[in-house]
Design a protein around this ligand. Sequence first.
Ligand SMILES: O=C(O)C/C(=C\C=C(/O)C(=O)O)C(=O)O
Ligand SMILES: [Mg+2]
Length: 427
Amino acid sequence: MKKSVFAVALNHRSQTEHWNEAFHQSPYKTPPKTPVWFIKPRNTHRKMGDVISLPEQQQTFSGGTLAVVMGKVARKIRAADAEQYIAGYALANELSLAEESFYRPAIKAKCRDGFCPMGEMAGLKDVSALDIVTEVNGVVKQSWSTSELHRNAAELIAALSDFATLQAGDVILLGTPQQRIPVNAGDSVTIKAQGLPTLTNSFSDETNVKTQPDGHPTLFALGLNYADHATELDFNAPEEPLVFIKAPNTVTGDNCVSVRPDNLEYMHYEAELVVVIGKTARNVKRAEAFDYVAGYTVCNDYAVRDYLENYYRPNLRVKSRDTLTPLLAKITPREAIPDVQNLQLKTFVNGELTQSGSTRDMVFSVAFLIEYLSEFMTLQPGDMIATGTPKGLADVKPGDEVVVEVEGVGRLTNRIVSEKQFEENLK
Ligand SMILES: O=C(O)C/C(=C\C=C(/O)C(=O)O)C(=O)O
Ligand SMILES: [Mg+2]
């Protein structure tokens, strides 16, 4: 599996029914209006037959589901046309710790090593009422039907491809019921559905069960990792890192354009230092963290604030839109930066300084973040961590030139264009 795996929370009726009351109260206040997307990054990917290592002292739950596999590039596809973009379907297991909150579907619960095995793909004509059956050690523990989903595969493709270009081989997991199945060391879990190759994986409590995952490097990003920025947004600084993942479709390069969707109130830049991982990191202690760093680069983590849905942020619609993460390709080697916690960050819009801060003010340092992430997942060479942005956000408009820079690391320039300009250039 080389491509992106997108997943959607709260797409099964039993889940929205279960959470309905809570979603009308604080902190949610209102149920989500658009799909609550998340990503299963490459460290989670496994195949049929792989042994999956379970986290210690925390219950893991199986979530048998259907995966739709894209057959060609899909951009702004209508649900009625989605069928022709589908290569086929596969069974998958969206493994998770207990789902306790839908404030950024938590990577700590969903993105552990091995938490997304997937079976072989097959072509199926009609998946509108497909029974997805989960067996544990040969005993049926769950059976649910895709007819119980809020949005079907075509509707999810339309919603996602509206802002994220999908590639052939990209996958969308269609969701799981509220009731998940506990799995324990020694269990063998099989997911079945008529017409699809069965998916079986066994589970172990040995921590050294490894396979070599392939796939896109993961781009982690930190929310509110500078206390002054959190204050600017009327938030308290987080007590634990707020990590989200950005999909490859959002990444663009130096001197490229970024598209500001039409009819918006507020889209802002975010200058960020990006850490590039140089070697496989698991259970790394803070004191050794820099041994695992290849170097540093710079990104601009644009966000469309109009699309933040109250408490469910940041869904991919806000932070993972096509072209909204310019990233400098040049990596400054670790050795060239003696103190990464003392670098100036700046943003200039049309030549005027609008954002200025120092990596000194990070809430969670680079070393802390590597220790934190590698405690529950394997970081691999090429993975990156965008470490958050300081205070000083401002709206950007079509025609603006935006430059973000990190002292000693690099400078990244891009220009904002309207949707109309962008679409015309594509013709
Ligand atoms: O913008 C917000 O409200 C907070 C946030 C993300 C923040 C960053 O990307 C950052 O601080 O660099 C979010 O998505 O909720
Ligand atoms: Mg950011």
